[in-house]
Design a protein around this ligand. Sequence first.
Ligand SMILES: O[C@H]1[C@H](O)[C@@H](O)[C@H](O)[C@@H](O)[C@H]1O
Ligand SMILES: [Fe+2]
Ligand SMILES: [Fe+2]
Length: 299
Amino acid sequence: MAPTCAMRDGHNLEITSDAVDTVNAIKGKIWDAASEFDAGKDKSKFRQYVDACDRVKAFYAEQHAKQTVEYNIKVRVEFRNKKRARMSVWDAMEMLDTLVDESDPDTDLSQIEHLLQTAEAIRRDGKPEWMQVVGLTHDLGKLLHFFGSEGQWDVVGDTFVVGCKFSDKNIYPETFAANPDSYDPIYSTENGVYKPGCGLDNVMLSWGHDEYLYHVFKTQSTLPEEGLAMIRYHSFYPWHREGAYAHLMDSRDHKYLAAVRAFNPYDLYSKSDSPPKPSELKPYYQKLISKFFPEELDW
Ligand SMILES: O[C@H]1[C@H](O)[C@@H](O)[C@H](O)[C@@H](O)[C@H]1O
Ligand SMILES: [Fe+2]
Ligand SMILES: [Fe+2]
């Protein structure tokens, strides 16, 4: 008998193998075509941390020293117990506009411009609307900066796993020497507090804009799981670019890795595109936003 899927209205939809093949073929196309956009970019110009300015180096020195297991547990408890703000997605984008990201060696543009650049690059490549919306919103978690973060070190920058050995695939790996967890008898081991293959959903990533936004959108948007994964892991460069932490992945994470890798070029390489004009693009994106989000969200 063919497998079935329970629909919201109570009836069971039969999933024929034809239907599964069609869905997989479409999904495959979405990811395969992802390389079109970055083909003309000189990739050696991005993420040059050896030559980065002092602002970026100081940022990571602080972040790597302070993102401990203890801090990460504390901030998650606070996150659950706090009401921050209620506003629309577009208002959130405008609120973010004054933030200049200290961790980023590749752009001095405002955050609203970066979000629109990312979304526009995805749109130009003919990707689905949900992915355009992911591009448009993926950095909105940086709002944490206005909601009582301790600085930028707990908001922006690449993410990494806490609770096990800090990977050498992180940028400036030597700066983890200032993190007390580097000397903890459990947290400093290969698996630390985790079981191999436990899945990234069960792993604590350094707290910042990705994890925060993932939780906000998980319950307040209709974005597909791949879209939520793009948001949750987009700063997890040691994993999606360098292949670190593979021993903690489960089978679902392989699917998510493909999604995050498909998204990354739009986020990173669109930073060299010409600055977009928010007022011109607003009507198009307002309409898209309304397809995936309620009028206002709890942030
Ligand atoms: O400096 C950047 C910036 O903070 C991005 O928003 C983040 O996603 C990247 O991982 C990071 O390298
Ligand atoms: Fe980001
Ligand atoms: Fe970004």
